[in-house]
Design a protein around this ligand. Sequence first.
Ligand code: ZN
Length: 511
Amino acid sequence: MSFVITTPLYYVNDKPHLGSVYTTIICDVIARYKRLVGENVIFITGVDEHGLKIQRTAIEKRVEPMAHCDEISEIFKVNWKNWNISFDKFIRTSSKHHEMVVNEFYERVKGSDDIYMGVQKGWYCVGCEEFKDNPENSKTYKCPIHQRNLEWKNEENLFFRLSKYQEQIEKIINNPTFIEPIERRNEIINFVSRGLKDFSISRTNVSWGIPVPDHNNHTFYVWFDALLGYVSAISSNGTDNSLEMSINGGWPADIHLIGKDILRFHAVYWPAMLISAGMKVPKKVLGHGFLTREGQKMGKSLGNVLDPDILLSKYGNDPVRWYLIKDISLGNDGDFQDKRFVDIINNDLANTIGNLLNRTLSMSRKWFDNKVPNIEKISSENKLKYLAKISVEKYINKLDIYKLDQAANEVLSLAINTNLYLNDNQPWLLIKENDKLPLVKEIIYDVLESTRIIGLLLLPLLPELSSKIDIQLGSMYQKEIPWKDQLRWGLLISNSTLPQPDPIINKLEYE
Ligand SMILES: [Zn+2]
C-alpha cells in the first residue's frame, strides 16, 4: 500500500509564488511525517503546461511553447530543491509518457459512452481556462480572480457526460472526510445541488495541447489533461499500458492538497472522470486558503508581491516554514506580516527552542566536561517525562488529522515546559551544594532528553533545524530505527560526549 499525496500541478506561466511555496511546504510536512510513521509515500508535484494562456505567453516572448515550458519547469524543480522539498515524482504534462496515459484514459471514458460532440457557447476566462456561468452584463464583466475581460466562445467541442454522475458525486461529497475543511465542503455541496452540467473536454483553436486521437483538429481541454498528471506521475518510467501501471502502482491519491480556487475541478469533475474510466476516486481533497500580505491581497498592480526567493535567501528555510506551518490554520486564509514574522521566529525558535538547547549545553560543558551527565538510572516518576509523553501523543494525534499548526504548537509547548522545569529547579544554585550533585545530573539529563524529543518532533516540520539539534546532542537519531520508537523517554546515552557548540538559529532583526 502506498500513501499518495499531491500538490497541484502548477501552471507554468510564471515562477513559483509564495502561495505555491506554501502548498508545497505543507505537502512536504505531511509526506515526511507519513514516511516517518512507516508509510510508503509517493509525493507528487509537477507542472501543468498546456492551454491557451501558455500558447499566448510563448507568442509574447517570441519562443516556442515547449521552450518556454522547459525554462519554467526547470525553475520549479530548482526552487523545490532549494526549499528542501522531498518530492518523489515531478510530472510534466508536456511529456510523451503523460500523453500516452491521457490517450489510454480517454479510450476508457469513451468506452463508457461518456463522450459526445456538442457546441460550446459562453464567456471564457483565459486566466482560469474556465467558462464562467452566465455572468450578467458579460461585456463588462471581468473575471473576479484575474480582473480581465472574458472572451466569447462559440465552437464545436467534445463533451463529457458529467450530468450522468450527479447521484454518485453527491454520495462522494457527502462523506465528511472527502472535502476539508467544512466551509469548502459546503461550497461544493451547494454547487452540486444546483445540478451538474456536462462540460467540454476539447478545444479547436488551441494548438498547444494533446491532440484528441479521433478528432484531428481538437486538442484536449487543459484541465482534462492536467488532472491526469496525478495518475501519470505514478508510472513515470512506464511505456505501454502506463495507465494500468499507475493503477497498480499506488492510485488512488490519499490527498490532493489544493487552493480553494480549483476545488470544483478536483472535487466534482475529477471524481466523475475517474468513475467513468473505472478508476478509484481520491480519498481526500484538502482545500487551503489564500495568502495576503499585511492584510492586503498580493498583486503585481499593487506592487506588494512577496518574492519567496528573497525570503529564502534572507531568512533561510526553517523560519519561513515555521511561520507558514504554525501561523496559518490549514484551510483558512493566512496573512504574512513582516513584524509578526520576526516576532514569531525570535520567540519560538530563537528564545524558546534555541535558547533551551544553548543554556543546557553550556551547563553540561561547565559541570560535566562536555558530556551528557552520568546518571545511575532514569527515574520513573518524573514530571518532564510525563509532560513529554503527553506532548508526543497530542502532536501525533494532530498530525494524523493534518492540524499542522496545532502540532507545531505542541512542540513549542514542550519547549516552554522544559524551560520552566529548568527555571523551577535552578540547577545553577544546586550545583553549589556538594550533596546535590546527583540531583543536578538528573535535571540536566532530563532537559537534554526532552530537547532530544523536541528535535525529533521537529523532523517533519523543520528538517534542517531538527538535524542541527540532533548534531548538538551527539547525533542520536537513527534512520534505521522506527522514528516513533525513538520518541520514548530515556534513550539519550548517559556519559556520552557532546560535540562543540554551534548556534542552531539566529535572531532576526525587524527593519
Ligand atoms: Zn480568471
